[in-house]
Design a protein around this ligand. Sequence first.
Ligand SMILES: Cc1cc2nc3c(=O)[nH]c(=O)nc-3n(C[C@H](O)[C@H](O)[C@H](O)COP(=O)(O)OP(=O)(O)OC[C@H]3O[C@@H](n4cnc5c(N)ncnc54)[C@H](O)[C@@H]3O)c2cc1C
Length: 381
Amino acid sequence: MADTITLPRTLFSGEHDQFRDQVRRFVAQEIVPHHRQWERAQKVPRELWQKAGSLGLLCCTVPEAWGGAGADYLYSAIVLEELASAHAPGPGFGIHSEMAVPYIVNFGSDAQRKQWLPQLVSGEVIAGIAMTEPSAGSDLHAIRCSARPEGDGWRLSGQKVFISNGQLADVLIVAARIAGSEKLSLFIVDAASPGVARGRNLEKLGNHAQDTSELFFSDVRLPDDSLLGEAGQGFKYLMHGLARERLTICVNCQARAEAVLRDTVAYVGDREVFGAPLSQMQNTRFVLGAVKADLIAGRALVDRLLLDHMDGRLDSATAAAAKLWVTEALGRTVDACLQLHGGWGYMREYAIARAYADARAERIAGGSSEVMKEIVARTLW
Ligand SMILES: Cc1cc2nc3c(=O)[nH]c(=O)nc-3n(C[C@H](O)[C@H](O)[C@H](O)COP(=O)(O)OP(=O)(O)OC[C@H]3O[C@@H](n4cnc5c(N)ncnc54)[C@H](O)[C@@H]3O)c2cc1C
């Protein structure tokens, strides 16, 4: 990657580099050879999670007290980047490790952490985060899923949609409204509880190896200690979690765009048109020069955010601005690079075709570009 994006990265130590080598080998041996088959199956096998967990590739930042390595977020970033660099978006490790599990780490009780975290780190248990409903996506205030107090616990009812890891997840962080309250709360839901049903594994435009599901909750009996943190604080917790979620999307999307540029530079060097390599055409050079300029800006931004996050200084508006920039730049990159592949760019046997389809979700999931603009605009007045 460094030969395509020539911006030096000074964030990583020798230990990070060793970890990257290990992750790269794992991705090359355990993921890349099977990824096309998993795309047909529309999910990855559970065993992959356990293999990744046994090598310390899941939940890198979970403290040692709860079974994790207590590593810094750069280790998480390395896992995300290596999957992205190999065009392997299927394993939902980022959703598990960086989007769902942090809610338990940050807001869970010691009993909840003890119950769930060691198994989430080892990959025996897979996690998802369930906010979106058929009538509530951008507008989380419209969530209808409800939990009513009953005895020493709760009864959860409602429906979720577009839930990543939804077919595989054993535990879900569910956003719901406690009956009689306007405010959101978060619950830890064991997916094996009676009344939890998985709906369709939705057929998507791209990212075919990732399971994305409907979920139904019919009077699901939840024990008292399934409430995460304090009642009514769910929106606040989500706003906190979404900054890390959006950073995670940025790390992943920036690396995907760099991989697409790397592959396209190689392709246009080999492909001859009108008796000369495509790379010698002025249009190709202008297009890829502009792509590289976009990605240099994105790389500087993402690396800055990585440091801010580790210093505890990443605010939600900056994370939203970065998510807007990086995912829009990924969109521009895949479109321009597919065009340079001609007809082959439209064939799924080429990584660029899959990368193009996979990329389209990124301007929507985790908060759409329009919502990101609104969050940024609020800081102006
Ligand atoms: C592949 C994929 C994976 C996902 N994974 C998960 C997951 O794991 N967990 C989860 O909870 N959700 C998940 N989602 C859901 C995702 O977060 C939502 O799709 C997203 O927040 C948008 O919500 P929506 O689909 O309901 O669109 P809507 O909210 O209906 O938006 C429709 C359009 O209206 C625009 N819009 C909305 N509000 C405004 C506004 N204020 N101003 C201007 N325009 C606006 C939007 O930008 C969009 O263009 C996933 C989605 C996808 C596609």
